[in-house]
Design a protein around this ligand. Structure first.
Ligand SMILES: [Zn+2]
Length: 404
């Protein structure tokens, strides 16, 4: 802790929070800020007060009513014929849900092909995608890491759902244009709304009637890498139905994402609140949290900066064993095999899922053939589904439809 920070650490909590120099120092110089957080709340009561302040700020800037956002959507839904991947033993669905009047959220479901598995209530993994782009056929929710993740988890009895960010995936017209803008401040809010509405649908009887799948509501994980990690963090904080969170290559004391879709509403700072993404996900305590990091990006200090801080917050609840860090020292900014396996192992342990034949199945990813975008899209020649007429092209109208 540097001299300036040390001099403030003797102040009462309210004074430190509202002191503009201190507050900006926390935000801008995040690593030192996280160290400072260690001294800011030394009890569960002090932490709960800080958490309440952060939660109020988030609700103020998002302008979302969580109870409204959580409702199952009443709009249109449709499913394309299933994709059967017999070699991998999985079924992939392409579908849409009208989450806002005129907005058709497109997604894929990955499920086991075994009816004995996919007719029973299944643990759910909500897999948000980031801004990964390795060409037209390897990006967005179709990115190779997402496809491999979906197949590996589905094979083991999980239901995995990967959906679009606004202006990406099915919203794209071609490599350069989309029906809606993506890097837009409103998308922080619209994307969070979409995630929660989608979960409302997946937990509803209507979903079971339309798809034949059933989710076990005790087991709902939110995950994603990079910008997908940011989405999973906001979803984990705003939607209390999420029971485990696995933000991947995103939790950092000094970097909070640089797309307008991640920071569009000043979610982390305001006149009275200066925070960072690390302190925000600490608010998920005491529910199971796995932070996955690597040695090559803004998460590279997780083992010695962010993780000890998170452990301190979890220890207020006597729940230090529910927060873990998997650090892929030689890994890079992605959602690679090692990281996916760490996520799987974490959920099996934290959710106490039976480690029988199903969950421990041996699996080699190379038996799965990556699918091109046109095969995976909800609206395509191969799916046979077309975007309903009259869809909304005005991002402002979509934003106004969801905020309170
Ligand atoms: Zn973005």
């Amino acid at each position: 802790m540097n001299k300036l920070l040390a001099s403030f650490s003797d102040l009462p909590m309210w004074a430190a929070l509202f002191h503009p120099v201190m507050a900006d120092t926390i935000f801008v110089r995040g690593v030192k800020g996280v160290r400072y957080f260690h001294g800011l709340y030394d009890s569960r009561e002090a932490w709960e007060a800080r958490k309440a302040l952060l939660a109020r700020h988030t609700l103020d800037v998002f302008r979302l009513d969580p109870e409204k956002a959580k409702k199952a959507p009443e709009g249109k839904t449709a499913y394309a014929p299933k994709i059967h991947d017999e070699a991998a033993g999985v079924v992939i669905e392409r579908f849409y849900v009208e989450t806002i009047p005129g907005y058709y959220l497109c997604a894929n479901i990955y499920a086991s092909a075994d009816p004995a598995v996919n007719r029973a209530p299944m643990p759910l993994v909500m897999l948000a995608h980031g801004h990964f782009n390795r060409g037209w056929d390897n990006r967005d929710r179709f990115f190779q890491d997402s496809q491999y993740f979906g197949v590996a988890f589905a094979k083991r009895g999980f239901l995995v759902v990967a959906w679009d960010m606004v202006g990406m995936g099915d919203d794209r017209i071609d490599a350069k244009s989309a029906i809606l803008p993506h890097a837009h401040t409103y998308n922080t809010v619209i994307q969070t709304w979409n995630s929660m509405r989608l979960l409302g649908y997946l937990l509803s009887n209507r979903f079971t009637q339309e798809s034949s799948y059933r989710v076990d509501g005790r087991f709902v994980a939110a995950t994603g890498a990079s910008g997908g990690g940011t989405q999973s963090i906001y979803m984990s904080l705003l939607d209390d139905r999420v029971t485990a969170s696995i933000p991947m290559v995103m939790v950092s004391a000094y970097f909070n994402g640089d797309c307008k879709c991640e920071n569009g509403v000043n979610a982390l700072r305001g006149r009275k609140v200066k925070s960072n993404i690390c302190e925000r996900i600490a608010c998920f305590a005491p529910k199971p949290l796995l932070v996955i990091s690597d040695g090559d990006d803004w998460t590279r200090r997780n083992p010695d900066i962010e993780y000890p801080y998170l452990q301190d917050v979890y220890s207020f609840y006597g729940a230090k064993d529910r927060v873990e860090n998997f650090h892929d020292l030689r890994g890079v900014h992605d959602y690679s095999l090692k990281k996916r396996w760490a996520a799987l192992d974490f959920l099996l342990r934290q959710w106490n899922l039976p480690r029988n034949g199903l969950y421990d199945l041996p699996y080699a990813e190379d038996i799965y053939r990556l699918k091109p975008v046109d095969e995976m899209k909800t609206f395509s020649a191969s799916s046979g589904l077309a975007r309903p007429a009259g869809y909304e092209r005005d991002i402002g109208a979509l934003y106004r439809a969801v905020v309170s």
